[in-house]
Design a protein around this ligand. Structure first.
Ligand SMILES: NC(=O)c1ccc[n+]([C@@H]2O[C@H](COP(=O)([O-])OP(=O)(O)OC[C@H]3O[C@@H](n4cnc5c(N)ncnc54)[C@H](OP(=O)(O)O)[C@@H]3O)[C@@H](O)[C@H]2O)c1
Length: 313
């Protein structure tokens, strides 16, 4: 069975619904089984074993995700993002279970890769690139990746970015609220990344589990067996928060989700002070996951439209 940890969060809820829809055998826990307590984690797994259930996969969506708040709450953030995943990884190793854990594009804070001499363009980050986190949250996620990989060889660490979905506070839902309340909003135009619909990421995880469980795929398209380690998954394409906000506005207006005009203006990060600097560029290369599990990754605009249509229902 699959043990889904953090099943009440934004990504956890999407996964929970998808596991149920696909008929997968799973159980979910959230705060009631504290990931910072090795004893609580082990007792839960033992309880399942006593009922004849073997945990074959653990998927961890729990964590500390408040980027600015983390600056004043470093101890809690590190307990949740470093010690917690480390505890789960150690238990997964003991149980002989495979472990999927999530990390972030923010592990890449400062761009230090080559820039194309002809176009001046940066290149998306590869899984093996050196990390350069800025701030407590980003550093805790990077250290969490390291702790997980140290504690079990059977770990898949999926880095994702700019996640939004139906079941949590996120950029898209915040924009929709502000656009309905205000006549003008300013959005930063000097940070580049890739929006990701949590539903698409959940779908990729189901496909990844399937690819590992059924390594010999006789039907086309042929695929490799995904190997342990770090993977990147985001929606395809990249944009700035400003262009993302404009796309949200245009689509939401077309769909009637917004009933009034709102001017969306560009601003720079300097105009929008926050406790911690976000990366100027954190686009992730997705070649590895694309090749190993042969998935088609939807373009961010396409997924945004699907998500807004879902909200409309
Ligand atoms: N959101 C993004 O934009 C984004 C971007 C890149 C990567 N990620 C990564 O993706 C993963 C999922 O993110 P998300 O946005 O879905 O997270 P989320 O909505 O914040 O969900 C996290 C869940 O963990 C629970 N939790 C907190 N403390 C716990 C504990 N001690 N034991 C067990 N559960 C606990 C939370 O409960 P409470 O709500 O009660 O605290 C919540 O239900 C995270 O690893 C995150 O770092 C997210």
């Amino acid at each position: 069975m699959i043990w889904l940890i953090g099943n009440k969060g934004m990504l956890g809820t999407e996964l929970s619904l998808l596991f149920a829809e696909r008929g997968l055998d799973f159980t979910g826990t959230d705060r009631e089984i504290d990931i910072t307590s090795p004893a609580a984690l082990e007792a839960f797994a033992n309880g399942k074993k006593a009922h004849g259930k073997r945990v074959c996969w653990i998927v961890n969506c729990a964590g500390y995700t408040a980027v600015d708040k983390a600056e004043d709450d470093a101890e809690t953030c590190r307990r949740l993002n470093v010690d917690g995943p480390g505890n789960i990884a150690a238990l997964a190793y003991k149980l002989g279970a495979r472990f999927i854990h999530f990390s972030t594009d923010y592990v890449f804070g400062t761009y230090n890769k080559p820039v194309s001499t002809s176009t001046g363009e940066k290149r998306p980050y590869l899984e093996a690139d050196d990390t350069s986190p800025i701030g407590v949250y980003a550093a805790s996620k990077r250290d969490g990746e390291v702790r997980v990989i140290e504690n079990t060889p059977d770990a898949y660490v999926i880095r994702t970015s700019w996640l939004y979905g139906k079941y949590g506070n996120n950029f898209v839902t915040t924009m929709l609220r502000l656009m309905q309340e205000r006549d003008t909003i300013s959005v930063v135009n000097d940070q580049r990344g890739s929006p990701t619909w949590a539903h698409d990421l959940a779908d990729a995880i189901v496909k990844m589990i399937d690819a590992v469980e059924h390594p010999i795929c006789l039907e086309p398209p042929p695929r490799n067996v995904p190997c342990f380690g770090i993977y990147h998954y985001t929606n395809d394409g990249d944009t700035t928060w400003f262009d993302f906000a404009r796309a949200i506005y245009q689509k939401a207006r077309e769909l009637g989700l917004l009933t009034k005009d709102c001017e969306v203006k560009p601003c720079s990060s300097a105009d929008y002070p926050s406790k911690v600097k976000r990366p100027d560029y954190s686009v992730l290369d997705k070649g590895r996951i694309r090749n190993e599990i042969r998935i088609l990754i939807p373009q961010w605009e396409e997924s945004l439209e699907k998500f807004l249509k879902e909200l409309k229902k």
